[in-house]
Design a protein around this ligand. Structure first.
Ligand code: IPE
Ligand code: IPE
Ligand code: MG
Length: 272
C-alpha cells in the first residue's frame, strides 16, 4: 500500500506529463471528504518566473513548466468530479510585461490548445474562455472558438481559462450589456439585481466560486473573479506553480473541508 502511495506521488511530481485521472479510490484521494468538496475552484497560477529564476532559467521556461502542472491539476479536478475549475492564465495587466514574454505566452496558449484539445474532449471537459477575448491574436481567438465548439455538449468539468481577463474589465463589459438592454427597452432599471449582473458576466452558468487557490506566496486577488469570489474561501501556498502537484491540490481540498462557511449567519445559533 505504502509503495502504491509513493508510486502515485512520485509519478505526478517527477513526470508531470503522463498523469492519469485518479480513480475515486486512488490513494491520492485517501484524505478527501467527498461530502465537503468545493464545487467551483479558482486558481491563480502564480510563480512561474520565480521558479525559473530559482533554476537559473529564463522566465519563459517557468511558463512551459507551468503548463504541465495545469494538465495534472485538470486531471485531478476531473477525478474529484468538481463542477468547475477556473484558472487565471493571463490578466488584463499582464500586457505590461516585455513583448517577448507576452508573445511567448500567446504562442504557448496556442500550442497547449493544439496539443491538449483532443484529450480534454475525450475527458468530457467543457472548455470556456473568459476575458476580453477580442483583444487576443486573431488565430488564437479562432482556436478558442473551435475548442469551445468541440466541447460544448460535454458534461464533465467546466474548465474556464481566463485569458486577457480582469475582474474590473468583466464588470465594465457586463454593465455595458445591461445598459444596452435597458436602452432597447428589454429591461427595467428596477429589475437589475444580483442575478442580472451575474448573468451578464463571462462566468454565467457557473456556480459561485467556493475556493480560490493562489500559489507562490503572494496573498492578493490581482483582479481575478471580483464578483464571483464574494464569499469564496482562500488558500495560499508558498509553492510556485510549476512545483504545485495534485497532492498540493488535495491538501487545499482537505483544508477547505474543515472550514466553517457562515455566509454572514451563525453556525450554531445561540438559544435566545
Ligand atoms: C504566473 O507566473 C503566470 C502569468 C502571470 C502569466 P508569473 O509569470 O507571474 O511568475 P512570477 O510571479 O513573476 O514568479
Ligand atoms: C496574476 O499574477 C495573473 C495570473 C496568474 C495570470 P500576476 O503575477 O500577474 O499578479 P501580480 O502582478 O503579482 O499582482
Ligand atoms: Mg506573478
Amino acid at each position: 500500500m505504502i509503495k502504491k502511495i509513493l508510486g502515485t506521488i512520485g509519478k505526478s511530481v517527477v513526470s508531470g506529463g503522463n498523469f492519469e485521472i485518479p480513480a475515486h479510490d486512488s490513494p491520492l484521494f485517501a484524505k478527501i471528504d467527498w461530502e465537503k468538496l468545493p464545487r467551483h475552484v479558482a486558481v491563480i497560477m502564480d510563480g512561474n518566473g520565480r521558479w525559473a529564476k530559482g533554476q537559473g532559467m529564463l522566465r519563459t521556461a517557468g511558463h512551459t513548466a507551468g503548463v504541465k502542472t495545469l494538465k495534472n491539476i485538470l486531471k485531478t479536478a476531473i477525478g474529484l468530479e468538481l463542477d468547475a475549475l477556473t484558472v487565471y492564465a493571463f490578466s488584463t495587466e499582464n500586457w505590461k510585461r516585455p513583448h517577448t514574454e507576452v508573445e511567448f505566452l500567446m504562442n504557448l496558449f496556442s500550442e497547449y490548445l493544439k496539443k491538449e484539445l483532443q484529450e480534454m474532449h475525450e475527458d468530457n471537459v467543457q472548455i470556456h474562455f473568459i476575458g476580453r477575448i477580442d483583444g487576443l491574436p486573431e488565430s488564437l481567438q479562432e482556436q478558442m472558438r473551435e475548442a469551445e465548439g468541440l466541447m460544448k455538449d460535454n458534461t464533465g468539468v467546466k474548465f474556464n481559462v481566463a485569458v486577457n481577463y480582469g475582474g474590473q474589465d468583466e464588470i465594465v463589459r457586463g454593465v455595458q450589456s445591461i445598459v444596452r438592454r435597458v436602452q432597447a427597452g428589454e429591461l427595467a432599471v428596477a429589475d437589475i439585481d444580483e442575478h442580472i449582473i451575474e448573468s451578464s458576466l463571462d462566468t454565467q452558468g457557473n456556480l459561485p466560486v467556493d475556493l480560490v487557490i493562489r500559489t507562490s506566496g503572494d496573498q492578493r486577488l490581482s483582479n481575478f473573479l471580483l464578483w464571483q469570489a464574494a464569499y469564496a474561501e482562500f488558500w495560499f501556498t508558498e509553492t510556485n506553480w510549476p512545483d504545485f502537484t495534485p497532492e498540493c491540490f488535495v491538501d487545499a481540498m482537505v483544508d477547505y473541508a474543515g472550514r466553517d462557511r457562515r455566509f454572514g449567519g451563525l453556525t450554531k445559533p445561540d438559544k435566545e
